[in-house]
Each structure stands twice: as C-alpha cells, then as structure tokens.
Design a protein around this ligand. Structure first.
Ligand code: SF4
Length: 376
C-alpha cells in the first residue's frame, strides 16, 4: 500500500535571494512563533487525520530557522494526528550558516534523519550575486556540522545556468560537491521570474542573460560526472547514491497522496483531488485563528488529466513508465494512441523502450517539456 507524505511549509528566510519567487518572507521571531501555533492548529483539524504516512518534509523558506522546540511541537502534533511509520523519512531544508551544532543535534534527536542543504554554488561571487546569505565557508562548516550531528542522509541543492557562470565554474562546483560525498544531489536550472530583483538586473543589463544552451551542456556534464562517481540518475533533476533517492519527492512523481500544511502548501488525495492553501503568511494565520479554512483553491482532476499526469510525472523518473501497468490502470493503450509521437521521439533519440517500459533518454530529459507536451 502506498503511504502518504506530509509537507510543512516554513515561510521565513534570513534574507531574500535575488531570484526567489517562493512564498517566503524575512524571519521575525514573534511571527514565526504565531505561525508555528497556526500550523499546529491546522494539523489538528486535518480532514486526513489518522492516515498512514512515511515521509515528513519541512520545506520553505528556511525551516532550519525554527527552534528545536518549535520543530518538536509540530512533529509531536503530527505524531498525535497521523499514523507515522517508524521508518519514516523526515527531511528539513537547511541553509548553510543558519544552524548551530547544538540545534542540529537537537533536530536529529527529534527524529529528523535527512537534510536538504541549499549549497547552490561553491563560488562566493555567484552566491553574492544571487543574494544568498551564506558564503562557501559557511557551506563547508555547516556540512561538517551536519555529519558531526549524525546526519547520514544529506542532499545538496545546486543551481546551474547562473548569469555569467562558465562551464569551468560549474565543473568546479560539481567537484566540490562530489568531494564532500553527499548522499543526494538535486540540480536546478536557474529560472528568471518576472518581478524578482534578478529579472530587473537582467532587464537593465546589470547581469547577462543566462545562456540556456550552456546550461544544457552543464546538465549533461553533471550527469556524466556524477554517474561515473557512482550516483544513480533516478529523476530528471536528481541523483543519489544507491538507496538514497528522496522518498518524499518520489511521492509527487508517482501519484501518491500528500498533505500539505502552512501557507502555500499543496495537497493531493492520490485519486484526483488537489487543493492548496493561502499563499500569504498573515492571511493564512488569520484564517486559522478564526477557525476558517485556509484552502483557497481546489481542483478535481478529470480521468484524462489524471492519465496525462501519471505519464508525464512518471516519466520524470529515469526508470520510466510501465505501459502494461499504465494500460491496466487507465484502460488506454498508449503505444496505439500516440504511435506517431512515440515514433518521432524514438527516432529523434528522446525516448527509448525496454520491454513494456518507456523512458526518456538523457537527451530526452533535456527536452522533457517537448515530449510531455505531446501527451497533455
Ligand atoms: S533561501 Fe530559498 S526560499 Fe529563502 S529567499 Fe533564498 S531561494 Fe527563496
């Protein structure tokens, strides 16, 4: 049976990065405390209380800005309201320089067993351009503190395609990362969102336009280098040492249920109903304090939507989608229905077949949006 995952959004950061369009604001102690109380209350009134879960993910924002006591209160409420599997993966996103050794030990003793670590780049000039609040020295220091506190499942976030970033600079980033031997690597191509300071800098010519072709070369180089270093490329943007794929994120790609708490958190019941919360922190807190629902959007996916989603999310996983299982589940023979598209993609070297499995090739992973568009 597929168990559910829980996502808890912590919308506070030490400063605002120039490219960020997430639902997050500056950390203020009093607001964080009010927010934690609201999240605990929201968990207590969940429609899905009692569900069996085996992953809990604190994302943000910068959840590592929570005090151990605040994290403890949220986790204690989760354990009271949900049937939490004893082998659950419990992840906290952490930014370098935001946690002390004592705090990490306390998180670990509360059951946190995975750190998603926002390294982003090992170049101080690039960190400064991105408005990140840490330096490379902080990255090394916090990483060693994570290990000393007993974290043996650490994921690095890295961003490629930064304005002015060279292939050599990117290669140095990867070499620094591999030398530290994290269990997991998540890789993002920089997206420039309108309304962010970075978009404004680029528009005014203060920073160069990111080079998408170069970013594609960076992607291929990273996959090649990391797989040669025994990492498995298990999802378009994710690599891990064997057995360390993100169990929580895999739920998003495989149609498992997940329930989100906190502002802007999204949920899915595993059958076709999706819903999401207020994005604004204060409006979220006010809804909860007034006993109102923080849900602002709800969608019922049609069978066709569910089918398309199962395919394009499933194909993000490099193991591919089993077409026989797919046909049993949705009553559709994809090979017959999309014969022309599939032939075209196969000839172009974007997808490959292995028995009943269809999967993206490495080139296909780079052009996944084009492939997925054919099925939506
Ligand atoms: S740390 Fe992450 S969430 Fe916070 S401002 Fe930077 S990119 Fe946004």
């Amino acid at each position: 049976m597929t168990l559910a995952g829980l996502y808890i959004h912590i919308p506070f950061c030490r400063s605002r990065c120039s490219y960020c369009d997430f639902a997050t604001g500056l950390y203020q102690g009093e607001l964080a405390e009010t927010y934690v109380r609201a999240v605990v209350k929201e968990i207590g009134s969940s429609q899905n209380a009692g569900a069996r879960v085996d992953t809990i993910y604190f994302g943000g924002g910068t959840p590592s800005l929570l005090t151990p006591d605040q994290l403890d209160r949220i986790l204690a409420k989760v354990h009271r309201e949900f049937d939490v599997d004893s082998s659950s993966e419990i992840t906290v996103e952490m930014n370098p320089g935001t946690v002390t050794h004592d705090q990490l030990r306390a998180f670990r003793s509360l059951g946190v067993n995975r750190a998603s670590f926002g390294a982003q780049t090992f170049d101080d000039a690039e960190l400064a351009k991105l408005g990140r609040s840490h330096t490379t020295a902080d990255t090394f220091k916090t990483f060693h503190e994570l290990r000393a506190a007993g974290f043996d499942n650490v994921s690095f976030d890295l961003i490629a395609g930064l304005p002015g970033q060279t292939l050599e600079g990117w290669q140095r980033n990867i070499e620094h990362s591999l030398a530290l031997q994290p269990e997991h690597l998540s890789f993002y191509l920089l997206e420039v969102h309108s309304g962010t300071p970075l978009a404004d800098h680029i528009r005014r010519g203060l920073q160069p336009v990111p080079d998408e072709d170069l970013a594609a070369v960076m992607y291929e180089w990273m996959i090649e280098r990391a797989t040669a270093a025994s990492y498995e490329h298990y999802e378009i943007s994710n690599l891990s040492k064997p057995g360390f794929g993100s169990r929580h994120n895999t739920k998003y790609w495989t149609g498992a249920p997940y329930y989100g708490f906190g502002c802007s958190a999204h949920s899915f019941d595993g059958h076709g109903r999706r819903w999401s919360n207020q994005r604004d922190v204060m409006q979220f807190v006010e809804s909860i304090e007034q006993g109102a629902s923080p849900i602002v959007d709800e969608q019922l996916l049609s069978p066709a939507d569910l089918r398309a989603e199962a395919l394009f999310l499933g194909m993000r996983m490099m193991r591919g989608v089993d077409l026989r299982e797919y046909s049993e589940l949705f009553g559709v023979d994809l090979r017959a229905e999309h014969r022309d598209d599939l032939d075209r993609f196969r000839e172009a070297g974007l997808v490959e077949f292995d028995g009943d499995l269809i999967r993206l090739t490495r080139n296909g992973a780079l052009m996944s949006n084009e492939v997925f568009a054919a099925f939506v």
